[in-house]
Design a protein around this ligand. Structure first.
Ligand code: LLP
Length: 425
């Protein structure tokens, strides 16, 4: 996780900046993002997959600075809306390095992609094919992939499992929908089918599911070659690479993944008599998750029903993940040194729901009290990007830390923002 260092006064520093100072200067709750950690993770991916395209999945977190870091580190971008696409491209991201996803692309998404000239559009339903061709216009040209359901079950939670039949993403190869989509795309002069795509799920910690998906995808590529005489040059295996949220939890081993995919792809293609396609992967969480720390201030401490509740000034509006997936974090006391022994506490948010819980078994000093600061590590992915306006609390800012300095990337949402959007009866 974000290279944290314990300070002599009991504080915690990230990117050479004390989190207590960040809290003091920018107020809480605040997301702190370690630029060096994001860049380092991008480099690790580039080094593990030198022959593949690494596309950062913007849904995990996107800002103009994030788009710049990712671009400078040589990654491409996976977006799934005109919003993500336009933010990236207007901050200088080369559109040809962008892939557009979405199971229900709006007219605006498609028009935006066609106008800006995105590198690839991933087809997720038959009705898109004609819409994309029309948006590109006669004489236009758009590269596309077809998203396939590989029939592989994987992922940290049922809500993020996307590799099996019976969920909304991709086209089935079992009932022939994927094959029909391939044939239709090949019949559209403006569309160039460059390959197949699959994304089996998220927060996956083992390599086997990826190998199973790869095997299925190569089979389909061979079937496409047999039916149409074309060897597709690209295979995008999506993202989903799992990370540890708490000490001791498993994470996907990137080096093994890269090595095993490379070998399996070469073997399977040789067996099928196919040229080896260029691989793409789409990590989101694994790039940005461990680079973020959320900092909260304790507002209340109470004993109830045999438990100690430590309530902080944020919660499910800035981090809906515990409520959605039942995941738990490992908050730590920062900002002061405590001589007290630690005990187990339930760290909760400020929202009006009992499910607004960040941690059920946080190890915090017995004397934790209002005014204390808590750091929640591994807060970089799917937190701000999924934050809401619940209870009109306002979404926290994102502060980047690097080389001992801190700067705001995304400002705090204010009560004026809420009032300003409400234009009256
Ligand atoms: N590619 C596609 C097509 C995707 O749908 C996703 C994530 C990714 C790549 C990146 O997956 P990652 O490497 O970040 O796992 N909100 C959930 C995660 C939802 C992921 C949705 N799709 C969470 O907070 O755990």
């Amino acid at each position: 996780p974000a290279s944290t260092a314990r300070l002599p006064n009991g504080g915690l520093a990230v990117g050479g900046v004390s989190l207590a100072e960040v809290a003091q200067r920018f107020d809480t709750p605040v997301y702190v993002l370690d630029e060096g950690e994001v860049r380092g993770r991008c480099r690790t991916y580039r080094a593990a997959f030198p022959e593949a395209d690494v596309l950062y999945a913007a849904k995990a977190f996107l800002s103009r600075a994030m788009a710049r870091w990712v671009r400078e580190e040589g990654l491409g971008l996976d977006v799934c809306s005109a919003g993500e696409l336009e933010l990236a491209v207007t901050s200088g991201f080369p559109p040809e390095r962008v892939v557009l996803h979405g199971n229900a692309k709006s007219p605006r998404d498609i028009a935006s992609a066609a106008r800006l000239g995105v590198g690839r559009i991933v087809i997720d339903s038959p009705s898109e094919i004609a819409r994309i061709a029309a948006a590109v216009g006669p004489g236009g040209h758009q590269r596309v992939l077809v998203r396939v359901v590989p029939g592989v079950e994987a992922g940290g939670h049922e809500k993020v499992r996307t590799g099996t039949e019976g969920q909304k993403f991709g086209l089935s190869a079992t009932d022939g929908s994927a094959q029909r989509a391939v044939a239709r795309v090949l019949g559209q002069p403006q569309l160039e089918l460059t390959g197949l795509h699959c994304h089996i799920g998220s927060q996956i910690t083992g390599v086997d599911a990826y190998l199973a998906a790869l095997g299925r995808m190569v089979e389909l590529m061979a079937a496409v070659r047999d039916a149409h005489g074309v060897a597709l040059p690209e295979l995008d295996l999506g993202g989903g690479h799992g990370i540890a949220y708490r000490p001791g939890e498993p994470a996907l081993d990137l080096t093994s993944l890269a090595r095993e995919l490379r070998t399996a792809l070469a073997d399977r293609c040789a067996a099928a008599g196919l040229p080896v396609p260029r691989l793409a992967v789409e990590p989101g969480r694994a790039i940005v998750g461990p680079a973020g720390v959320a900092v909260y201030r304790v507002l209340a401490v109470k004993h109830s029903g045999g438990k100690v509740f430590v309530a902080v000034d944020g919660g499910m509006s800035d981090n809906p993940r515990p409520a959605l997936y039942g995941v738990r974090y490992a908050p730590r006391l920062i900002g002061r040194r405590s001589p007290a022994a630690s005990r187990t506490a339930t760290v909760v948010g400020r929202h009006c729901e009992a499910g607004d819980v960040l941690a059920v078994d946080a190890e915090l000093p017995e004397d934790v009290r209002p005014g204390d600061l808590l750091a929640v590590p591994v807060a970089g992915a799917y937190q701000l990007s999924m934050a809401s306006g619940y209870n009109m609390v306002g979404r926290p800012p994102v502060v980047a830390v690097h080389g001992g300095t801190a700067r705001v990337l995304v400002r705090r949402e204010t009560l004026e923002d809420f009032r300003g959007r409400d234009i009256g009866a």
